[in-house]
Design a binder for this molecule. Structure first.
Ligand code: C5P
Length: 241
């Protein structure tokens, strides 16, 4: 399957990546297909890997490709290089375009080797450099600066930064510039407003339950997309003034 890269999708009218943390059912396929014109793609988490077998996920990804959608694997890899590389190879075979790994595992014997394999397969890699839940402030986020710097030196595709703590988005954008992509979870169910991460400099917003648990997921996605269009227009105006 041909690999896509996140930057191929940034011309879309909105910047939603739908987080799927559940079994992929016909209903989910229907929802995603119906909003394919306005979303970037989907992020698939561990729950889905436990609920669907790899061939079902592979089939879902081929449906995504037909609809020109991006497929991101969110297994939040955090292990020695040997193990992460094996998982990465499987994710590549299943057809994912990008993967997510934790930055805290560090460079030597972990991310340095993983990044080489990611390049070999032309995958995107995003590093988690801060998390969106309150407890993240206790340990993980206190190392934000180091993980931010690692994102740059490893030439990762970008980073995952929380919409619930937007100062991390602004700091990451300031430090990384426009060459790195920032994806922000925490919209809706975790409290951040749609469009708020984009306003702080994120490239895309990851939205799960606020869409998939809503009474009308298609309508909710369209509403969020409209907000994105407004924010993106504002951003455009600001860069032109
Ligand atoms: O349902 P909700 O929109 O809260 O889902 C957020 C998604 O983003 C989940 O898949 C979660 O694993 C992921 N995520 C997060 N915070 C991070 C990194 C990833 O919420 N820092």
């Amino acid at each position: 399957m041909k690999k896509a890269h996140l930057n191929d999708f940034l011309k879309k009218p909105s910047r939603v990546i739908v987080a799927i943390d559940r079994k992929i059912t016909d209903e989910i396929v229907k929802i995603i297909s119906s909003v394919s014109d306005i979303i970037i793609g989907v992020k698939i988490g561990l729950i889905t890997f436990l609920e669907n077998n790899p061939s079902e996920i592979k089939h879902f990804i081929s449906t995504l490709k037909e609809k020109n959608l991006y497929a991101l694997a969110d297994l939040k890899l955090a292990d020695i290089s040997h193990v992460m590389i094996k998982i990465c190879e499987k994710l590549h075979t299943i057809g994912f375009d990008g993967i997510i790994a934790h930055a805290f595992v560090g460079r030597k014997g972990a991310l340095e080797q993983l990044v080489k394999v990611v390049r070999k397969y032309s995958l995107d890699i995003f590093l988690v450099i801060a998390m969106s839940h309150p407890g993240a402030e206790e340990i993980l986020n206190t190392n934000f600066e180091k993980m931010l710097s690692l994102t740059k030196t490893l030439h990762a595709t970008g980073a995952i930064v929380p919409a619930t703590m937007p100062y991390y988005i602004s700091k990451a954008r300031e430090y990384l510039g426009k060459q790195f992509y920032l994806l922000s979870p925490g919209i809706g169910a975790q409290g951040a407003a749609p469009g708020s991460a984009l306003k702080h400099g994120a490239d895309a917003e990851i939205v799960g339950r606020a869409i998939l648990n809503s009474p009308n997921p298609i309508e909710t996605t369209r509403k969020i997309a409209k907000i994105h269009m407004c924010v993106l227009n504002e951003r455009k105006k600001e860069t032109h003034t």
